[in-house]
Ligand binder design. Sequence first.
Ligand code: PLP
Length: 407
Amino acid sequence: MNLNENFQKLPGSYLFSEVAHRLAAYQAEHPEAKMIKLGIGDVTRPLVPAVIDAMHAAVEEMAHAETFKGYGPEQGYEFLRAAIAEHDFAQRGVDIQADEIFISDGAKSDCGNIVDLFSADNRVAVCDPVYTVYLDSNVMSGRAGEYDPQTGKWSNIYYMPTTSENGFVPALPTEPVDLIYICSPGNPTGTVLTREQLKVWVDYANSTGAIILFDAAYERFVVEENVPHTIFEVEGAKTCAIEFRSFSKTAGFTGARCGCTVIPKALVRDGVSLHAMWNRRQTTKFNGASYIIQKGAAAIYTPEGERQIMENIAYYQRNAKVIRDGLQNCGIQVYGAVNSPYIWAKIPEGMGGSWDFFDKLLKEANVVTTPGAGFGPSGEGYIRLTAFGDAEATKEAVARIERLLKN
Ligand SMILES: *Cc1c(COP(=O)(O)O)cnc(C)c1O
């Protein structure tokens, strides 16, 4: 027998293990140091009361034969699909039907699984720096080619640099591509594409037949008018895009697990419906998200649930502003942080590369960040900070960085 040799090509999750390794080494030498982590990509605020109440009630239903739920629909319960269609789409003037929404246990699995639908010879385009799930899932399914440790790139992947030089707006490909991953608001840069900028991509995909895989995991953080919350706000997107959505960053479901994938019925290639293909895939390989969790997720669409989750988002947004203002006070160029919990900071001249600056903040401010280079070659020269921490700790971390860098 032969194993899937593509797994052997993966270079290993170097970034977060190396961060953890450097942190542990420093702490072993300085056990008294009070470290503050501004590197985490996980939320810290608890689930809101409306969600907890709904989950408790659902647990109680499970306790009685009359209300017990066994297997649910693989595509998700109608109550949640309808709530999403109404609140996330209809109320934004977007026509997405409930049955175009597939509930799942989160966006990461769907982003990883969607590659099942596509031929192994499709050319994949990703932004650089990037959320590595898009890359690694294509490596595993044989679409990435070979990894070059010198350049940090895969031979068959088309990289679209997003840096301060191009305002973090990827340029249209100069070679044919089939699958285009776009994340807006983005991870790791925290930057966004406006409606007009996204329209360029939708028009491009419709004219070439490419498909856009749009990750909207951070849409609840959008505050600016001209930034879409869903790609389907852009005219023409229903014939060229699939959207991944998540309750993780929106409502603190990173541990509870719930998300959805939107595939319009109008998305057809070679006469084949992508919606029908995904439905076939899900009914074969997935048995639905937990009823209890779906009940909890639906509660964020009640007036009090909505108000409560927006309070948590406001909490993170205040942290983002504290970090952004503090770094700017030190003369650092800062991107993201407005429509996003991520702050993408340009390392000042003379302070070395991503890992040098990471080490400096680790050792001299006792603040843990994430080196931009870990997200792709074009992330070199930046670090990522996140607004998901405790508010007091965030203020303290920023004060330490200011003491270190302001002179
Ligand atoms: C956190 C995150 C997600 C959400 O993943 P879940 O599996 O829903 O928790 C998706 N995409 C990006 C870019 C993320 O950072």
